[in-house]
Design a protein around this ligand. Structure first.
Ligand code: PRP
Ligand code: URA
Length: 217
């Protein structure tokens, strides 16, 4: 089974509560996605490789460390976009590779529409960024793409997951660490009457993360 890291950090708890709130407007929603992503990435990168280097301070020469792992940030469009900017500021040498997927409304299976990965892998560690892990289809498809590309170390950084998504991703790819802010209760079933939410949404969740960031829907 994959390792699942569920953050208990009070700042994350507070910000996720604000994200869930239906009254939170897109501008604040985007800021919160950015902030939670930074906090989760901080936890997810605790084992990055470093090497000792010599550094001249104003007072003396000493030995400290610099990163050796090259990092790829892989946002799943659209909702993963909001997680890139803040993390990128923390690791400006990272490369950003976009994967475009949307869920088919009937089957809930991911449909790929964009992939601009170079022919050969250029990074040692890939962080997949997507705030929502619902059925897990999009995350599994993205890991499949990255593995075919040749990526060796892959971590999934999400914000809210359904138990179904965690199970599907960790079963399909037990070597992929999963970093989350919350694992919620269940996914919505097929609507049985007018006014029911569409199938496949995380409950309690935060609604549609793409629509809430971009003011659509
Ligand atoms: C959302 C979300 C994930 C996916 C999760 O994207 O950002 O990519 O659904 O669902 P899954 O785990 O069942 O695959 P969506 O397909 O709504 O596309 P969008 O971000 O472009 O709105
Ligand atoms: N995608 C979202 O944006 N929200 C959900 O609850 C499920 C999939």
């Amino acid at each position: 089974m994959a390792r699942v890291f569920l953050s208990k950090h009070p700042l994350i708890r507070h910000k996720v509560t604000l994200l869930r709130n239906v009254e939170t407007e897109p501008q604040e929603f985007r800021a919160l996605i950015r902030e939670v992503a930074i906090l989760l990435a901080y936890e997810a990168t605790v084992d990055l490789g470093v090497k000792e280097v010599s550094v001249q301070t104003p007072l003396t020469t000493t030995i400290d460390h610099e990163l050796t792992d090259r990092i790829g940030l892989v946002p799943i469009l659209r909702a993963g976009l909001g997680m890139v900017e803040g993390i990128w500021e923390m690791m400006p040498a990272a490369e950003v590779w976009h994967i475009g997927l949307y869920r088919d409304h009937q089957t809930l299976e991911p449909v790929q529409y964009y992939n601009k990965l170079p022919i050969h892998p250029t990074v040692q560690v890939c962080l997949i960024l997507d705030p929502m892990l619902a059925t897990g289809g999009s995350a599994v498809a993205t890991v499949d793409i990255l593995k075919r590309w040749g990526a060796k170390r892959i971590k999934f950084v999400g914000i809210i997951a359904a138990p179904e998504g965690v199970e599907r991703l960790s079963t399909a790819h037990p070597d992929v660490d999963i970093h989350l802010a919350a694992i919620d209760d269940h996914l919505t079933p097929e609507p049985s009457k007018p006014g029911d939410p569409p199938v496949g949404y995380i409950v309690p969740g935060l609604g549609d993360a793409g629509d809430r960031q971009f003011g659509t829907g």
